[in-house]
Design a protein. Structure first.
Length: 255
């Protein structure tokens, strides 16, 4: 359940940013995934970044919560002002449990009982050159060790690339591609975001050829951001009813 928005513009080094995101996937479907994400980040002394993220997810009777402290470091390539890398690491804790109060009978002996806690370590590296950004990252790199109970979170790998195209002084287009996998399931995404006057943005996305999304966002006074995304899956769920996904974003940023 990754957000449809990338809150931080890749070509800007934001001094401070904060955002909250709510995602209602396959809205109206019984037991559908829902998630809430809170994110805060600040720049320290030009090269160092520090942040905190919190995510709460719910899929049917399963609840999942994660808190991660993030650190990033910006490294310029010697002799060049346009080429630089950003390396990041995140460390925190996760917790999951099943809310059996919502079901009348438990028949699966493999469902965990009680609360399962586990450490989380995330790693990422991004390369920037002028208007091009390429990134690689991995979440839960410490997949199995350290978890209590019989729940074992899996390692996920991500790759992305985007390029800013200046159509005019007031109009830019940002195409982006992303690939993600846990070693078993692969997801490929393509997104296109058009921005006017650095305030008004409209986007279109395609995921695995079986889901497409539309997004809109507005930046107010170059500090506040409001965004909404609407996604539809081509496959039919819940007895032939197509259930859309809604995502809402509120953010604050200081450049």
């Amino acid at each position: 359940m990754e957000p449809l928005f990338n809150f931080q513009p890749s070509n800007d080094w934001i001094k401070l940013q904060a955002s909250v995101t709510y995602r209602d996937q396959w809205s109206g479907f019984n037991g559908n995934p829902r998630s809430f994400l809170g994110n805060y980040g600040t720049l320290l002394k030009g090269k160092h970044g520090l942040g905190l993220s919190f995510i709460a997810q719910e899929i049917g009777i399963q609840k999942l919560q994660n808190v991660v402290l993030n650190y990033s470091y910006r490294m310029k390539i010697k002799g060049s002002e346009e080429h630089f890398f950003t390396a990041g690491i995140g460390a925190g804790m996760g917790m999951t449990y099943f809310d059996y109060s919502t079901v009348s009978q438990i028949v699966d002996p493999y469902l965990i009982s009680g609360r399962t806690t586990f450490p989380r370590i995330n790693l990422g590296l991004t390369y920037h050159w002028n208007k091009l950004t390429v990134g690689l990252s991995s979440t839960q790199v410490n997949a199995n060790p350290g978890a209590s109970g019989n729940y074992r979170p899996e390692t996920h790998f991500f790759g992305m690339a985007e390029y800013t195209i200046d159509i005019s002084n007031s109009f830019i287009v940002l195409p982006r591609v992303m690939y993600r996998t846990d070693g078993n399931v692969q997801t490929a995404e393509m997104n296109l975001m058009a921005t006017y006057l650095k305030k008004y943005s409209l986007g279109f996305g395609l995921r695995n050829t079986n889901a497409y999304s539309f997004s809109a966002q507005i930046d107010l006074k170059e500090k506040f951001r409001i965004g909404y995304a609407y996604e539809v899956t081509n496959s039919k769920l819940n007895n032939g009813i197509l259930n859309p996904t809604h995502e809402f974003v509120l953010g604050f940023l200081l450049k």
